[in-house]
Design a protein around this ligand. Structure first.
Ligand code: GLU
Length: 375
């Protein structure tokens, strides 16, 4: 599979790949994966990791009994294991001269809605980590999660992270190499499905029922993750993470299932943006910029006449024309004070004004929902 066109890639790593029940952390494998990650980065991709393994590592350290853990035991194991997990990633990435940044989320933080502020904070922090060339390493904040920690939850978490960060591709490294037409164990007719264009009821049926989840590599939650990702415009791949250098193996043509992003998916994000009732400020555009927006362009600082309100990067703001017509809403790329500083400025002057190389758009076209009459 070709990954060179993918600029932002989320890789989800399951516990079983990273941790051996007896021997603990699989260091050689981890180092081989980080070598692959370094190559992706060298080729210009931004890489984010969603890593499980906290509970698996913690239960080894604490010598917990070999049975299903109670919730509070899992949470204690996660508290111990997360430190180990963070250390392992920091070490393995630093062997490649890469820097790890740990982010612990709860699923709510990634939903928008009630958790919008933490959503924005999470998004901004991850975005800034990427700007700083660090590799975000995300896990669920298991030790204080209020609900049961469910096998496979990190599949969903990874899909949320991928859509929150507008990733091009989500790779689920798993102990199975993809989706099969029937349970592959003891079923000689079972075939790997290499491309899924649309998640139909037939595809869902192939993933099996929740009851068989564990024995089928958690395929149900993987297909759920695929729904989240593809609807928001992110391709998703399931492939086996078992061999060393699993990403290089995928690129070299190892079996995988690709769930293709839906073509209409951009609109889901735009719906979310236009659905935000409360905006944190206003941005007034000159006529040239208002026209450019209608042609599908991003909003550059040069086209901004004035800004008002109190907003941080990632907040939703209202877009207005000079005559006061409401043009739409967008997620603003700069804090209020910075936006005020660079309004009307040419792109080439941004670095001087800001003191750092800012991003060209004040509001990226993907982060903008224009009102119907202006679309
Ligand atoms: N967050 C859990 C851990 O780090 C794992 C959940 C999952 O694998 O889906 O141990």
């Amino acid at each position: 599979m070709q990954l060179s066109s993918k600029k932002r890639i989320v890789i989800k790593i399951g516990s079983a790949l990273l941790v051996d029940r007896e021997a603990g952390l699989k260091e050689e494998w981890l180092n081989s994966l980080c070598d692959d990650i370094a190559k992706l980065v060298e080729n210009g991709a931004q890489v984010l990791l969603v890593s499980s393994g906290a509970i698996a590592l913690g239960r080894n350290v604490l010598n917990l009994p070999n049975r299903a853990l109670k919730l509070d035991e899992s949470q204690a194991a996660a508290a111990v294991g997360q430190i180990e997990l963070g250390r392992a990633w920091a070490q393995a990435l630093s062997n490649q001269s890469l820097v790890a940044g740990q982010i612990l989320l709860t699923l709510n933080d990634t939903e928008g809605g009630a958790g919008r502020r933490t959503y924005l904070n999470a998004r901004d922090t991850i975005e800034r980590l990427l700007d700083l060339n660090a590799i975000p390493v995300v896990n669920e904040n298991d030790s204080i999660a209020t609900s049961e920690i469910r096998y496979g939850d990190n599949d969903r978490l990874a899909a949320r992270v991928a859509t929150m960060m507008n990733a091009d591709l989500l790779i689920l490294l798993s102990d199975i190499d993809g989706l099969y037409t029937a349970p592959p164990n003891g079923n000689p007719d079972a075939k790997l499905v290499s491309v899924v264009d649309d998640i139909t009821p037939e595809i869902e049926a192939m993933a099996g029922s929740a009851g068989s989840e564990l024995s089928r590599g958690g395929m149900v939650t993987k297909v759920e993750a695929a729904k989240i990702a593809t609807r928001a415009g992110t391709d998703m791949v399931i492939t086996s993470g078992t061999p060393n250098h699993p990403i290089a193996a995928l690129q070299a043509g190892e079996p995988a299932t690709l769930f293709k992003a839906l073509p209409t998916s951009g609109s889901a994000r735009k719906k979310w943006i236009s659905g935000q009732l409360q905006t944190e400020g206003e941005v007034v555009l000159d006529d040239g910029a208002a026209n450019a927006l209608q042609k599908g362009k991003s909003l550059l600082p040069a086209g901004v006449v004035s800004v008002s309100g109190s907003f941080s990067r990632g907040d939703v703001v209202t877009l207005k024309s000079k005559s006061g017509a409401i043009l739409g809403q967008g997620l603003v790329g700069y804090d209020m004070s910075e936006a005020d500083l660079i309004k009307g400025a040419k792109s080439s002057d941004l670095e001087n004004l800001l003191g750092y190389a800012g991003r060209p758009a004040l509001i990226h076209r993907d982060d903008m929902a224009l009102n119907p009459s202006h679309n």
